[in-house]
Write a protein that binds this ligand. Structure first.
Ligand code: PGA
Length: 252
């Protein structure tokens, strides 16, 4: 079993209401009970409507809470229906997912994501920055060039890289039950880490997670790749048992 810190991050997407607190409570309890057993960090990224409520209700919190997107604008402004990083921070978010492919497919560009990262960093939020290729790009052998472009056009060298966790999420594996071949995944994670070390001129790479159809069964395969620092878990994070089993089975 590894003694390196591993991240298990839930991305609830558009799911949940006030009653979903029981899910958070169960996962928090598990995290407490197993705190000396596994070296892990659990973060749940929930809808904006729930962050303040969960934060207040969760006593002796061992897990962290985050959100899933923000507007790029720093202050208040005429942006109907939007919330900025500062509002989310004040509501209790510690982490924020940015660059998720479900938002990229709605028109988010690398340039727009960069503005969002900048504003979230200003608010001292920790960022979970998603990158990944589409199936078409993979077929054309473009995976590495796409990842490189996503990294280089959304990040500036002066960014505080220690506040950014990277999540490699191949678009074709999100919510599809399809996962990459393990040797390909290992190479891709290594590629991302090398790219980050080169770009930011650091000896140690930032954390790089994997996301896309992670479940309590296939986690055993992923656990064999030591370069993966953790997981971004969508669908399965909406069920406490499934999420907890992913963590437990990772360490089996
Ligand atoms: P999934 O989603 O686990 O349901 O594939 C992952 C994600 O969207 O982050």
């Amino acid at each position: 079993m590894t003694n390196k810190l591993r991240y298990f991050i839930g991305n609830w997407k558009m799911f949940g209401d006030f009653g979903s607190f029981k899910i958070i409570h169960k996962i928090n309890q598990f995290s407490h009970e197993s705190k000396n057993q596994f070296k892990k960090k659990i973060i749940l990224c929930v809808p904006n409507t729930l962050i303040y409520f969960f934060k207040k209700k969760l006593k002796s919190k061992i897990i962290s809470l985050g959100v899933q997107n923000c507007h790029y604008h720093q202050g208040y402004g005429p942006f109907t229906g939007s919330v900025n990083a500062s509002m989310l921070k004040k509501a209790g978010a510690e982490f924020i997912i940015l660059g998720h492919s479900e938002n990229r497919s709605e028109g988010e560009t690398n340039q727009l994501i960069k503005k969002k990262i900048k504003s979230a960093l200003k608010e001292k939020l920790n960022i979970i920055f998603c990158i990944g290729e589409t199936f078409k790009e993979k077929k054309k052998g473009k995976t590495f060039s796409i990842l490189k472009k996503q990294i280089r056009s959304s990040l500036e060298k002066k960014f505080n890289i220690s506040k950014i966790i990277f999540a490699y999420e191949p678009v074709w594996s999100i919510g599809t039950n399809k996962i990459p071949k393990m040797n390909e995944l290992e190479n891709t994670i290594k590629f991302i880490k090398n790219e980050l070390k080169k770009t930011f001129k650091t000896k140690k790479s930032p954390k790089v997670l994997y996301g896309g159809s992670v479940n309590d069964k296939n986690i055993c395969l992923f656990s064999l790749i030591s370069e993966i620092d953790g997981f971004l878990i969508g669908g399965a994070s909406q069920y406490p048992k499934k999420f907890i089993d992913i963590v437990k089975n990772y360490y089996k």
